[in-house]
Design a protein around this ligand. Structure first.
Ligand SMILES: *[C@@H]1O[C@H](CO)[C@@H](O)[C@H](O)[C@H]1NC(C)=O
Ligand SMILES: *[C@@H]1O[C@H](CO)[C@@H](O)[C@H](O)[C@H]1NC(C)=O
Ligand SMILES: *[C@@H]1O[C@H](CO)[C@@H](O)[C@H](O)[C@H]1NC(C)=O
Ligand SMILES: *[C@@H]1O[C@H](CO)[C@@H](O)[C@H](O)[C@H]1NC(C)=O
Ligand SMILES: *[C@@H]1O[C@H](CO)[C@@H](O)[C@H](O)[C@H]1NC(C)=O
Ligand SMILES: *[C@@H]1O[C@H](CO)[C@@H](O)[C@H](O)[C@H]1NC(C)=O
Ligand SMILES: *[C@@H]1O[C@H](CO)[C@@H](O)[C@H](O)[C@H]1NC(C)=O
Ligand SMILES: *[C@@H]1O[C@H](CO)[C@@H](O)[C@H](O)[C@H]1NC(C)=O
Length: 802
């Protein structure tokens, strides 16, 4: 009796021992079954649990999770792509250390692939969250730390042999991964169907900007117990609540952002204490094809106008067109302000007009739209609309190509708006696919939903503000560097900085008020406005021109100026910037020492020598030729006259006021050229007779200016009595000159009669003759008979050394 009782007791004890031991470790030959809730492994301090975790009523995944968190946050799982049935599934440990997960039907779903001759002693979950299979002599046969899923725990090394892969909401492999690349840098990859690309660190920045080190072949990175991550490539970051005794995890979330979380032990919730991409919307494939990421303030996906969502429950699938794509050159463009689709540029053209850019896209059936950068005239036609992001203050706009017949309502243009119900997370979808809520701001408290949202809202506004501050700061820094080192204007193709690196920029009215001491020192006054001298903050002396009668809207004005700002030639006055503040339309121009040509040429203060006059004529010709033929936009000056030709300290001419008449496209349409420009005496006949206006109007004006240079008198002063019309006198002089030119050889006295008597005959006769000949052909009534400015320059050059 006693013996039987004793053996029963022993059996019970063994049983009890086994049950207890099952919680601490798993012995070879035994298994954890899914039905028995006691069949779980706990870490000695109870932080982690390993077992079957149900993801729905009848599906489970063998996982390791934080025991004391609200949602039992998993840190590791065995083949989460193949959940097992919630009845009859089990995990077995074999004597050789092999661990196998079997579905209810005996199908092996996962194995740990141990490769050892040593015998296993036990499997056990450590306090670090590492599940290990121990062999004899305490050697580790296998550990979960060496095959992470989407999370790294403190002390868990990431090496070249391991990687994190995001967990997809739809039980399909995640597309984002975090691992060492072939340059030994820890990198975030986006694996699309046929390509894989890096999205963090920014692939466009160089290694110095990345602040990484690609020479260390010992690839390792680890998060320490204080919340500090350090890797061999010098990637390092710190949790915002840096300190000991806080539970943390580094997770590559399903949206592709890598976030460091800290646990609040009181209520078992997580808060973000660091993240790789401060703006989740900058992850290119987040919203899929034709989708646009907006901030509500939480990142959400919207569709581009004309497109509809493919799967409301998985917005990363993107959007499909609601129209039949066609290509008849009859499409319209819809502007999406402050929106960009990153990448997929078919080409890059800078300094093209908006219309040219539109044409490039319209003529290309593969073009789905284009990005136009107002400030620099940058044109980026897109072959696909991927990586869309709408962010207030982004400063660039996308124009998407849609059939003309499509109705596009204003409300279909995506906006970043807090609490916009259109992009609110779908609550039914949420329960279906357990979308975690990401708080994209490190937070330290949340009491109730309202304050949480308020916090997010303020955080969002703050983030935008910070981005602006950083942008402005960077801009200043760039300008500063440019000033200090006089770097050539070549910079990495980072749009947005182009504007700054070119020195061309917008100024506020206040800045210019300050620079000119409230428009005190007036140095000029013309039909287009008053000019004041000013000194910018960076000590540059500038001429500030307040434009009168510009009735263009700010954006149109900026666009035209962005083209003008790109024009750079030694015989053209440089445009440094502009101001379009409220009603003010102001140009910031290069300051030219010696004022305008009329002041010197027609006054007695200083006599212009022959050489100087010839030099001025050739310079003006070169400047005009550049405007007409060489610069990217075809610019017609339309108001060339001595008042608009400035002389620098070496008496080199610089043409000013170009581009103020509306820019004309090379195609030849000229309806937009304003006819209010032009000054009597210099305007070509076709100007008045409303014939087409071409660059030949400038050739005409140039001819008049050359004659003035020769004669040293204003064309309007040529008449000997006040009753005579300027045009009549001018026509008579031209006829006379033309007839004299016909006279072969013989006495050329008429030339010295015509040329400024103040020169006392000190002029080069061949040059003078050539100039007269040229001037006469320039003022031909028939525009086709006038030479081009290029011809003019060539003729001048042929007599330079005479
Ligand atoms: C997991 O199972 C528990 C108990 O059976 C149940 O209350 C819970 O809703 C299940 N979880 C999911 C995600 O289905
Ligand atoms: C899941 O469980 C429910 C309730 O037990 C059952 O009605 C349903 O058929 C199960 N689904 C599958 C796919 O087995
Ligand atoms: C596994 O073991 C076999 C035989 O011992 C050996 O040939 C093979 O290289 C090992 N594989 C790994 C990955 O260690
Ligand atoms: C992590 O790497 C360090 C240095 O190589 C090593 O000492 C440590 O054992 C590794 N930790 C784990 C869990 O493998
Ligand atoms: C490479 O990285 C390891 C680990 O961070 C570090 O100990 C070592 O000094 C680094 N070597 C070089 C050459 O930077
Ligand atoms: C735009 O750039 C492409 C190449 O990048 C070039 O072939 C094309 O001629 C350019 N178009 C204009 C209008 O400058
Ligand atoms: C939310 O998801 C459910 C289930 O997938 C779907 O029926 C519903 O139309 C969705 N609601 C919205 C507003 O997209
Ligand atoms: C943790 O949560 C509790 C309850 O919500 C809150 O009172 C406390 O401030 C939180 N602690 C931290 C460090 O966020």
């Amino acid at each position: 009796m006693d013996a039987r009782f004793a053996s029963l007791l022993l059996l019970n004890l063994v049983h009890l021992f086994l049950r207890i031991s099952a919680r601490e470790f798993l012995l070879p030959g035994s298994s954890l079954s899914i039905e028995d809730s006691s069949h779980m492994l706990h870490s000695p301090d109870g932080t982690f649990t390993c077992g079957f975790k149900n993801i729905s009523r009848n599906a489970s995944v063998f996982s390791i999770w934080f025991s004391n968190t609200v949602d039992k946050t998993a840190v590791w799982s065995a083949n989460h792509l193949h959940p097992v049935y919630s009845w009859g599934s089990r995990v077995m440990l074999y004597a050789d250390g092999g661990m196998v997960l079997e579905d209810y039907n005996g199908q092996s779903v996962w194995e740990n692939n141990v490769n050892s001759s040593s015998k296993a002693v036990k499997a056990q979950l450590l306090d670090t969250g590492n599940l290990i299979v121990k062999g004899q002599g305490d050697i580790i046969l296998w550990q979960s730390f060496h095959s992470p899923t989407d999370t790294l725990l403190p002390y868990q090394n990431i090496t070249s042999a391991t990687k994190l892969v995001s967990t997809s909401r739809l039980l399909v492999p995640g597309r984002f991964s975090f691992h060492f690349d072939d340059q030994h840098l820890l990198t975030l990859f986006d694996d699309e169907k046929d390509i894989s690309f890096i999205y963090w660190p920014n692939p466009n920045s160089d290694i110095w900007t990345k602040q990484r080190n690609s020479f260390n072949t010992t690839t390792i990175g680890v998060l320490d117990s204080w919340g500090y991550f350090l890797a061999s490539d010098n990637l390092n970051f710190k949790a915002s609540d840096w300190g000991i005794r806080i539970m943390r995890r580094l997770t590559l979330d399903y949206d592709g952002n890598l976030r460091l979380y800290s646990l609040n032990k009181t209520d078992g919730t997580w808060s973000v204490t660091w993240m790789a991409l401060p703006q989740t919307c900058s992850i290119r494939s987040l919203c899929g094809m034709n989708g646009i990421c907006v901030y509500t303030p939480r990142p959400s996906c919207a569709c581009a106008p004309g497109y509809e969502i493919i799967d409301p429950n998985d917005r990363s699938q993107g959007c499909r067109p609601k129209f039949n794509p066609s290509c008849d050159g009859q499409e319209m463009f819809v502007k999406l302000p402050n929106t960009d689709f990153r990448g997929n540029d078919q080409s890059k053209n800078t300094s093209v007009s908006f219309h040219t850019c539109k044409k490039i896209c319209l003529n290309d059936c593969n073009c789905k739209g284009f990005l136009y950068w107002q400030a620099s005239g940058g044109c980026y036609p897109k072959s696909s609309l991927l990586g869309g992001e709408m962010r207030p203050g982004l400063g660039r706009s996308i124009y998407i190509k849609l059939p003309k017949t499509l109705q596009v309502s204003k409300s279909s243009i995506p906006q970043s708006q807090p609490f916009d119900p259109r992009y609110a997370p779908n609550c039914s979808a949420k329960t279906k696919y357990f979308i975690p809520d990401f708080l994209d701001q490190p937070k330290d408290s949340h009491s109730g939903l309202n304050s949480q949202y308020l916090y997010l809202l303020y955080g969002f506004l703050l983030a935008i503000f910070l981005v602006e501050v950083i942008f402005v700061a960077l801009g200043c820094w760039f300008v500063f560097r440019m000033e200090g080192k006089q770097l050539p204007g070549v910079w990495p193709a980072e749009i947005g900085y182009e504007m700054i690196t070119n020195h061309f920029r917008g100024y506020t009215y206040k800045e210019l008020q300050k620079a000119t001491q409230n428009f005190k020192d007036q140095i000029g006054c013309g039909a287009s406005g008053h000019v004041y001298k000013g000194v910018l903050k960076d000590k540059r002396v500038v001429a500030v021109k307040r434009l009168a009668d510009i009735n263009q809207g700010g954006e149109e004005f900026q666009h035209e100026l962005s083209v003008i700002g790109k024009i750079y030639h030694m015989n053209l006055v440089r445009v440094w910037g502009f101001c379009s503040d409220g009603p003010h339309r102001i140009l910031v121009l290069e300051y030219v020492e010696n004022g305008s040509l009329d002041k010197t040429l027609f006054s007695s203060t200083r006599l212009l020598e022959w050489k100087e006059r010839f030099n001025i004529a050739i310079g003006v010709a070169k400047g005009l030729a550049y405007l007409h033929h060489e610069c990217l936009e075809w610019v017609i000056h339309c108001d060339l006259k001595p008042e608009n030709i400035l002389l620098d300290d070496n008496l080199n001419p610089k043409i000013s006021d170009f581009g103020l008449a509306k820019l004309v496209s090379r195609g030849g349409s000229n309806k937009n050229v304003s006819r209010i420009h032009g000054t009597r005496g210099y305007i070509a006949p076709e100007w008045v007779s409303s014939q087409p206006i071409t660059a030949k109007v400038d050739v005409y004006s140039f001819g008049v200016v050359v004659l003035e240079l020769l004669k040293g008198a204003r064309v309007s002063d040529w008449a000997s009595n006040a009753d005579e019309e300027v045009e009549t006198v001018f026509a008579w002089v031209i006829r006379m000159l033309a007839e004299n030119l016909m006279l072969e050889g013989g006495q050329q006295l008429w030339i010295s009669d015509f040329i400024d008597s103040r020169l006392n005959g000190q002029f080069n006769e061949l040059q003078a003759r050539t100039m007269v000949k040229l001037a006469i052909s320039c003022v031909e009534e028939d525009t086709r008979k006038r030479p081009t400015m290029e011809n003019v320059v060539h003729m001048f050059l042929s007599v330079v050394d005479a």
